[in-house]
Design a protein around this ligand. Structure first.
Ligand code: SF4
Length: 338
């Protein structure tokens, strides 16, 4: 379901756009859909047909994203396994400091070799209302003041739905535009469409290597945009919106943690309006990849920092770890199937 469909349905029942927006806003903030004000009760402005339809609509919206299970992490984050209306499963993650990571697709077609979600391929798109429903669901647990689109899926492959959700969250959801973070492997459509939006989100670009050939191996179905070009496109967007690009680099031992790669990062990002997020790979027991040793990671951060690239290690159990996305769902599906 799309946000647009909700408005259309309410309009068909006779709701004015202003009132339709009020109903959607109430849903997003966890209030009763028919909430008016003391001076203006809903009976005074909503047609009877709309009021009569609201209880069923409320149930339907609640059913867009239901909590299946919760898995608290040690860092204040919590992974939420979320069931959609057709029983497909995605995950959202409550992040420290009122953040929330949401999923934009069931599965993903990019096929990053280190990602569990990529292994299942794309199962279906997540509608804009289902994306927003993840926020409404999370708000039952706590405040949400930042939303990162880094869960399951590649937002660029579901662009219309993601942009519709971003527009609603940034206009009616009390979330600052730079606190909406669109995360992508890089796609030309993103660089065309984002600058045209009323709500312009921050951008996180998954780089993972400075070498075009290695990137094609690690992200086999990502658009073939060379790292240099990706950074140029990112830089133009950062200067347009006035907040830096967050580059994502899943650290894989022996693959992209060499001195050559660190020098590659310097070549690409020195002087750029950028933050480099190094994300040590979240190793599973049976895995082809490993994270580098702690000492090596510290060394890399010092090396980049001292040469002028703002670098952070994202070592959390939360879903800002892209290398871990989909792992929870894969385990849950195992449980369901056995
Ligand atoms: Fe898709 Fe992100 Fe996984 Fe890559 S890391 S396969 S883009 S979900």
């Amino acid at each position: 379901m799309r946000i647009h469909d909700i408005h259309q349905r309410l309009a068909d029942l006779g709701a004015k756009p202003l009132h339709s927006r009020r109903i959607v806003r109430a849903w997003l903030h966890g209030q009763p859909l028919d909430s008016g004000t003391r001076h203006q009760p809903s009976e005074s402005f909503l047609p009877l047909a709309v009021r009569e339809a609201l209880p069923a609509l409320g149930e339907e919206l609640d059913g867009l994203a239901r909590l299946r299970s919760e898995h608290p992490g040690s860092d204040g984050s919590a992974r939420l396994l979320v069931e959609l209306a057709d029983k497909q499963m995605v995950e959202s993650v409550l992040l420290p400091r009122d953040g929330l990571c949401v999923s934009t697709q069931v599965g993903c077609a990019v096929g990053c070799v280190f990602c569990m979600t990529g292994k299942s391929g794309l199962l279906r798109q997540v509608g804009s209302a289902e994306i927003v429903a993840q926020v409404a669901l999370a708000r039952r647990f706590r405040a949400v003041k930042k939303v990162v689109f880094m869960g399951m899926g590649e937002p660029a492959h579901n662009l219309d739905n993601v942009l519709e959700a971003i527009d609603l969250l940034g206009s009616e959801g009390n979330i600052g535009h730079k606190n909406l973070v669109f995360s992508t492997v890089g796609d030309l459509r993103v660089f065309e469409r984002l600058p045209q939006q009323r709500v312009k989100p921050a951008l996180a670009l998954s780089l993972h290597t400075s070498r075009a050939d290695l990137r094609a191996e690690l992200l086999p179905k990502a658009p073939r945009i060379a790292p240099d070009e990706l950074v140029e496109l990112g830089e133009a967007y950062a200067r347009t919106v006035g907040y830096p690009i967050q580059y994502q680099w899943t650290l894989l031992k022996g693959i992209n943690d060499s001195r050559e790669e660190m020098d590659g990062i310097l070549r690409l990002l020195k002087g750029k309006y950028a933050v480099m997020n190094l994300i040590p790979y979240n190793s599973l027991e049976v895995d082809d990849y490993q994270r580098p040793d702690g000492e090596r990671i510290v060394e890399m951060v010092r090396y980049l920092h001292s040469r002028g690239v703002l670098t952070k290690v994202r070592n959390s159990a939360g879903q800002d770890v892209e290398g871990g996305c989909g792992q929870l769902r894969a385990r849950a599906v195992d449980v369901v199937n056995t």
